[in-house]
Write a protein that binds this ligand. Structure first.
Ligand code: NDP
Length: 306
């Protein structure tokens, strides 16, 4: 694999990457996918996906991704479990460095590396990660049966986490820095009508408390200026995501949030999914952009070999 020049490499094995692989595979481009640190992407960490068309009963995220993977492999895609740590341009080729320092080269590159959870940036948050601080209710929720947890955030992710956690826990306290949630009304409604969920609005998290495990959280009310300590057993941080684009910094411009700046990508580089989508970030938009990226890449490769 190291010495070969691939026609097309796809970075990322989420809905965008697998869809790109299905299209590129069907176009006989023999795509190679580098799965990175989270094969299957963020959907493997969610519960039931209710809004992916074709599944009126919903489908669990892991199964959906597994099926996409099988479909991509059926058309010749090769899934590699390496992580790409740097991308450079050498003439018309892309030169990728993997975690083990080995090199891969390709003519067209599809960036579908997704996004990673955003954290508050508190020392106590990092120290207590995996000791009561989590970003995944579906992964860690079952550990909190009958307990009290806090969820931080005001978007759809926070609503989803709070609702999912309420199925296991005694009480969920949802903490948001503004007076209004930004989440969609259907998700807000589920939270507001759930008797197990209490909302604390206009409150910022100052510290997560506990020596070896989470014991509470200290918040400050931005309206009254008062601080309050809430005893709890777990803290779920649901503040959205940061695009996984850092490896492209040498070959193009990224904006202050890390999203690709339009028209600065070198020829032959295409984007798909959450790594380039600050707005929609849905499984269905990721798959559709994966399709577009693969079709654009195919057109580009045809022009290269004319
Ligand atoms: P969003 O960016 O929508 O929300 C992030 C939330 O975190 C905001 O409320 C924001 O506050 C808050 N926040 C960000 N940084 C901080 C900070 N440092 N301290 C305190 N609070 C902070 O991300 P989501 O992941 O919730 O949603 C992303 C996209 O994915 C959306 O399009 C959403 O619709 C979609 N989604 C859909 C789901 C579904 O339909 N089932 C489930 C999950 C996500 P503020 O409001 O003040 O900016």
């Amino acid at each position: 694999m190291e010495d070969q020049i691939q026609k097309i490499i796809i970075i990322g094995a989420g809905p965008a990457g697998f869809t790109a692989a299905i299209y590129a595979g069907r176009a006989n481009l023999h795509p190679v996918i580098y799965a990175g640190p989270m094969p299957g992407g963020l959907l493997t960490q969610t519960g039931t996906v209710e809004n992916y068309p074709g599944f009126p009963e919903g489908i669990d995220g892991y199964t959906l991704m597994d099926q996409m993977e099988q479909q991509a492999k059926q058309y010749g895609a090769i899934l590699e479990y390496g992580t790409v740590t740097n991308v450079e341009k050498e003439g018309t080729l892309f030169k990728l460095t993997l975690q083990d320092q080995s090199i891969r080269k390709c003519e067209a590159l599809i960036m579908a590396a997704g996004a990673s959870p955003r954290w508050l940036g508190l020392e106590s948050e990092q120290r207590l990660r995996t000791h009561g601080v989590s970003s995944c209710a579906h992964c860690d929720g079952p550990f909190y049966k009958g307990k009290t947890v806090c969820v931080i955030g005001g978007g759809d992710s926070a609503m989803e986490e709070a609702t999912a956690l309420s199925k296991y826990t005694e009480k969920v306290i949802l903490i948001h820095r503004k007076e209004e949630f930004r989440a969609s009304s259907i998700m807000q409604e589920r939270v507001k009508t759930n008797p197990k969920i209490q909302c604390r609005m206009a409150c910022v998290t100052e510290e997560i408390l506990g020596k070896d495990h989470v014991e509470g959280i200290r918040i400050k009310n931005l309206k009254s200026g008062e601080t309050e300590v809430i005893p709890c057993d777990g803290v779920f941080v649901a503040l959205g995501h940061v695009p996984n684009t850092e490896i492209l910094r040498n070959i193009m411009t990224l904006d202050e949030r890390g999203y690709p700046v339009h028209n600065t990508a070198p020829e032959g580089l295409f984007f798909a999914g959450d790594c380039a989508d600050p707005e929609y970030r849905q499984a269905i938009t990721a798959t559709s952009s994966g399709c577009q990226a693969a079709m654009d890449a195919e057109k580009y490769l045809n022009s290269l070999h004319q």
